[in-house]
Design a binder for this molecule. Sequence first.
Ligand code: MLT
Length: 314
Amino acid sequence: FLLAGTGVARAEFPEKPITLLVPFAAGGPSDKIARELAESLRKRLDKTVIVENLGGAGGTLGAAKVATASPDGYTLLIHHIGFATAPTLYRKLPYKGIDDFAYLGLINEAPSTLIGRNSLPAKNFAELRRWIAADPTKVNLAHAGVGSASQLCGLMIQSALKAEMTSVPYKGTGPAMTDLMGGTVDLMCEQATNAVPQIEGGKVRAFAVTSKDRMKHPVLASLPTLAESGLPDFSVTVWHGLYAPKNTPGPVLAKLNEALRGALKDPELIKRQEALGITVVSDARVEPAAHKKFVEAEVARWAKVIQAAGAYAD
Ligand code: MLT
């Protein structure tokens, strides 16, 4: 350190590797997006960015680990709409809530898809709807735990169909996808990030997209929206954001936000995300105050959906 007159100059952050915690198992959409981002942040910060997976309880275990980590900028959380639903869903949340975090910016938005095992006796959504209606409890619906994007989307589909299916929870939709391809589970609402390669490879059957409008993406363009398939106003888009523990020093947050903004302008990263049906957010949304405001609005919006469904975690 150099004594800079008024005191010791802080060593330039970052001076050691950064951990990017993914609150779901490896192989899922959150993990895929995190590894893309980690590579781009490494280039900008010139330090290793280690991706660590900690699944469980719909992402709340991973979020809690970051909420209670030392606020030095070396432990970050990537998370999606589950970050905004946990405070309503979990009465015993292992952290205080969205104010336990510093906001580094939104990252992207991805539609979800309704996909099923190839051996299902339904070829399209109309046939699937009839098959489910025959006996909803025999339908095994995979998801990544209460509060995960897959579970919330599944909840909305069940409410819209007035059909309560059997839930099969996993630590992430990565492992869930393996069982769906193996045919040991029936259905899943999965983000395009993870679904597009499997639909393209013919490993799962796609029934619909959950976005308000049809997707332009070549693999998704032929899929109807759930809204046009008889579930009026159905619309689920999964957004991801980046967080640090609250009380992380301002200059550190500014450095991380600058690196995130740079990463999300990387044409290679944008191209790879768009190839999976993902849209990187505009620069104005990669801004802490806008990010926090968006999350607060999402907390309120999803609270209504959860309270209407009475779908609280135990
Ligand atoms: C994952 O990465 O496993 C997903 O984000 C889980 C989910 O939220 O459905």
